[in-house]
Ligand binder design. Sequence first.
Ligand code: PMP
Ligand code: GLN
Length: 384
Amino acid sequence: LNRRLAEFGTTIFAEMSALALSTGSINLGQGFPDTDGPEEVREAAVRALRDGRGNQYPPGPGVPELRGGVAAHQQRRYGLEFDPDTEVLVTAGATEAIAASLLALLEPGDEVIALEPYYDSYAACIAMAGGRRVPVTLRPHEGAFRLDLDELRDAVTDRTRLLLVNTPHNPTGTVLTREELAAIAALAVERDLLVITDEVYEHLVFDGAEHVPLATFPGMRERTVTIGSAGKTFSFTGWKVGWVTAAPGLVTAVRSAKQFLTYVASGPFQYAAAEALALPDTYFTAFREDMQAKRDLLAAGLREAGFTVYDTAGTYFITTDIRPLGETDGFAFCRALPERAGVVAIPNAVFYDHREAGAPFVRFAFCKRTSVLDEAVRRLKSLA
Ligand code: PMP
Ligand code: GLN
């Protein structure tokens, strides 16, 4: 393994999902739903397969039906106009969109500012692209993890090439407010930075919170690469269909990298994702409400079990503090948890450069059936 990747080892998700299997534990680690998305979307994939749509290489930028569907979705929900032919790119999940964007837009030595804790592929992809990551740490404030805008401003240097933003935020569940996003946008314009914004949890915002795409702010449309995921939005994480929307020059750049990573993303699932994007608003509302109820259930259970629970305004995840349980090291806690309680969780420290800043935090996924969450809570209460 080369020096760029040596520090990354095996992803925590593979490690912890393997541990869940080998110990027969409930897996609240890796974020994937344990119930598939809508039946009609699954049927759309079957139909595409059977009709021979996408069984051979689809077009490199993605099938027109899906590019059109993505553009229509951005227009309908956010009033953002994108040309499906020049401003939309289909990728093999959001993961490839992140990799291709960083590989396409960074010069070796460029600095990338990312919100810490950050999703693990960000660090690895910045490294593969030869960039330097500059973390800005979200810190607990009044019960939730918040961004310090002064710290963000101070992190920008003459070598900063881009801001890598994620809202709703994995693993903290923070949803950046309109005011915070406006400040980020103003900074990007003032310092002439590119922005990659990972909005894969755009539909999972709770308690009436609002997801506002960064691309909607003044001066942002031309400098922002926005990333979405059908896996997350329609609960088919195994399909690996994602997308990028951006100005033509940026899409062309990202496509240049993408064509040598996978060339194209999976065919039949693109047609199914296109149909999914056309689902009525009732689907998106029910999806959000269902996930919010799961969040409430797990948050209450974790509190009863003795954890400090931070507010989750969006995503699949709850971040907890284990210190009230007399624990300080999230890694040790998560490695022992399957034996102690038959539950798997993720130590947030893996998402930090400043590992000590993340040490006491542990992430639990709530995108699971109610019966599974109930049983997990029952087990976790035995810790106290
Ligand atoms: N970004 C974030 C913040 C995520 O949580 C995930 C998936 N866990 C991804 C990107 C990757 O999405 P996909 O499965 O579409 O590759
Ligand atoms: N995004 C999911 C998570 O954060 C899992 C992604 C993965 O397995 N790479 O848990």
